[in-house]
Design a protein around this ligand. Structure first.
Ligand SMILES: *Cc1c(COP(=O)(O)O)cnc(C)c1O
Length: 450
């Protein structure tokens, strides 16, 4: 499969280059030239299949041209070592629990899949994108994090041969649970504790990618959510959701609601829809960072600085994957902006809520159903409660385990939520990190010694 850039000014890439580079030379996002439909027989029998097998079918349909079948099956099975249950919460509303992975984040799937795919390409011995000039064969992944991405990427890449990960995080600005998920691992994971804020970490990573001398010294790549190998595997979840709903309620009209920040997760669901997944329509739930909601209303996209809310993983004022959604529904600029907006608004509706509304939703859901929503999933639940029409079945993504936001959830619900054993295990490890200033010269000097 070939990949083109949403900005249209970069050379066509193959999958390997798209994964290794992440972003195209013109700073656009990579898009596949084709999205193939899955055959009808697959959907007829999908309710009899388990998560891993469904995912393998989807992965073959998408990555099958580029990755050997046995290797791909191995990658998918290794990535999905956990379940993705659909749980009934109230009449016609179901939670798709995406938090049963190693770090209890839905980002675990993309992180692990990308790590294994990169390893596959390294073993093939080719070297995409001119990295061959680098003296050291190891690929170095740089990732800046405000919490969740760092833990998912670190755990996904842990122990993967030939790859070293540097997680840059702002000192004192990530929660203790999150911090120990990437500082206690050791092995091929190095945590870099930056004396600054998240934006400083991101600036260090960006400068590193642009520094010629450093790129000659070591092979650098990124693992953020714009990477094809990180966002697309999230589509597995949606095929599984459809299968589990079909099992319980055959012939239902399914509406999928996704609490969104950078729009990678909902974008993977839309790719699934293009592959033929019978989802009737989508709802993108937003917090106060509502640029997508505004776009649906007005047809204009006006990015804004992000605002801090209760659901911090959705605090994104200029979602990267918006460009991918526009490109998908304009069919790479074949439709006018007006026609594209019409097509998008026809399929996806929006919702936006305040922190107060979400706290109220969490309390109400808990007292009426006993289900503990995390602040992110609560946006999805509320949007379905308000937006579901007669005869539809709604499924929302519960994107995080509520214990990951223990303080907030305990406070809002007046409970003392138990921390799962998997999270507690991280907290018992020994913290190791490299202290760093926010000055690029220091970071570069450190990397040049590696
Ligand atoms: C990353 C994340 C989101 C937002 O997902 P996007 O793909 O960025 O839209 C929502 N909730 C949680 C808990 C997350 O970690």
């Amino acid at each position: 499969m070939n990949y083109y850039s949403t900005n249209g000014k970069a050379p066509i890439a193959d999958l390997e280059k798209a994964v290794v580079k992440g972003l195209a030379e013109d700073r656009g996002l990579y898009m596949p030239e084709n999205i193939y439909k899955l055959p009808q027989v697959f959907f007829n029998d999908i309710d009899k299949m388990k998560f891993q097998d469904i995912a393998y079918n989807v992965a073959s349909n998408f990555f099958g041209d580029d990755v050997d079948g046995d290797a791909l099956q191995d990658i998918v099975y290794d990535t999905l070592s956990f379940d993705c249950p659909v749980v009934k919460v109230s009449d016609n509303i179901y939670a798709l629990e995406l938090f049963h992975g190693p770090t209890l984040a839905f980002k675990d799937v993309g992180a692990r899949f990308m790590a294994r795919l990169l390893q596959y390409f390294l073993r093939q011995g080719s070297s995409a994108c001119g990295c061959a000039t680098a003296t050291n064969g190891t690929v170095n992944v740089l990732v800046a994090t405000s919490g969740d991405t760092g833990s998912a990427v670190a755990n996904g890449f842990l122990g993967v041969e030939g790859i070293h990960v540097y997680v840059l995080y702002p000192k004192g600005k990530v929660s203790p649970i999150q911090e120990c998920q990437f500082t206690t691992l050791g092995n091929n994971i190095t945590a870099v504790e930056v004396d600054g804020v998240f934006d400083d970490c991101q600036a260090l990573v960006k400068s590193a990618f642009m520094d010629e001398e450093l790129n000659k010294h070591m092979r650098l790549t990124s693992a953020n959510s714009i990477n094809v190998a990180r966002f697309l595997p999230q589509a597995f979840y949606y095929f599984n959701a459809y299968a589990r709903i079909k099992e319980q309620l055959p012939n239902s009209q399914m509406v999928m609601c996704v609490p969104s920040g950078n729009f990678g997760n909902i974008c993977s669901a839309l790719f699934g829809h293009e592959m033929g997944l019978p989802i009737k329509r989508f709802i993108a739930a937003n917090n106060a960072n509502d640029v997508f909601f505004q776009y649906l209303k007005t047809g204009r996209y006006e990015p804004k600085p992000s605002i801090q809310t209760l659901a911090n993983a959705m605090d994104v004022g200029d979602p990267s994957n918006f460009a991918r959604i526009i490109n998908l529904y304009s069919q790479n600029n074949q439709f006018t902006p007006e026609a594209t907006h019409y097509r998008i608004a026809n399929l996806i509706s929006g919702a936006t809520y305040s922190d107060e509304q979400i706290a109220e939703t969490m309390r109400k859901c808990y007292s009426e159903t006993g289900y503990i929503l995390d602040p992110h999933g609560a946006y999805g639940y509320r949007a379905l409660q308000e937006g579901l029409r007669e005869g539809e079945v709604g499924v929302f993504c519960e994107t995080a385990h509520p214990a990951k936001f223990k303080e907030k959830v305990d406070n809002i619900l007046g409970i003392d939520i138990e921390i799962p054993a998997r999270l507690r295990a991280f907290m018992e490890g020994k913290k190791q990190s490299v202290p760093m200033t926010k000055d690029f010269a220091d970071f570069k000097a450190y990397l040049m010694q590696q």
